[in-house]
Write a protein that binds this ligand. Sequence first.
Ligand code: FDA
Length: 288
Amino acid sequence: MVRKSFLFKGIVHRFIAGDTLAEALPVCEALTAKGFLTSLDYLGENTKSEDEAIAARNTYIEMLHTIAKSPCAKATNISIKLTQCGLDQGEEFAKKNYFEVLEAAQELGNFVRVDMEGSAYTKTTIEIIECAWQHYKNTGTVLQTYLHRTPQDVQTMIKLQARTRLVKGAYLEPEEVAYKDKSKVDEAYVECGKELMQKAFYPAFATHDEKIINTLKAFAQEEKIDKSRYEFQMLFGIRRDLQESLLKEGYNVRVYVPFGVSWYPYFTRRLAERPANIWFIVKSLVKG
Ligand code: FDA
């Protein structure tokens, strides 16, 4: 119903920049004109066939070429998913697609971030990043602080000096692998965040949690870590006030800008993070 109903279109576009690259690019251009950095994300995950994965790879490459010709070229990279590169069709197949995207990005002087997905893919994703790193330095990944394994993965990324985005984690995970208690996830965020801040290459702190952001800002100040050595990241349409205020204070702030018609899983994760969003939807529907 959500997918098909026109009633949801306005609400979905609060979080998603458009159905097409042609709609999403002007959003990146407007953000970068204000001083933000952006990461463009083509929505979609878990391809069902090799053809679907190849089409996604081609779209990623097209995004890189289109960005290169745009005024936002210097401030915009892309975020991709390995399950959209065909990980369910085979590890070697997905790796080949990912490496082709990296090759195109390298030629164009751009960077490719590999989003982290459900825990069934964490180990493979880290291994693929380690393998990619032997050939390409224009890539990095994401670590989720709800996972028990993340402190070890932080050390792996520090050793590689691959750019790491730290998030709390957005998937429903069993308690054998992930903390269920929000305070534990937040505690782990601060611990991993401080470790990355001190030892990693240009880490990205992706959260809308103002308390955590303030803790990390204070830590960087105490440790005399310059603002140019890390960035904050937030999702398109969420806490725009906080995005603006960090930018005004002179921090690097990157906005994650998703586009595409396969928005349903991304959209439901955003609802799950904040039940108040569901009330927002109900109210909008009642108001018509
Ligand atoms: P938390 O959920 O505690 O929220 C703190 C505050 O932020 C809330 O009180 C509210 O004000 C605001 N807020 C948070 N979510 C909101 C929402 N949906 N709507 C409105 N307000 C909201 N995850 C993952 O598993 N793999 C990945 O690759 C990524 N990539 C990624 C990139 C970027 C740039 C960001 C910002 C986030 C991700 N995530 C992710 C998602 C991440 O794991 C997490 O689910 C969300 O960021 C929400 O968690 P917060 O850290 O914002 O804290």
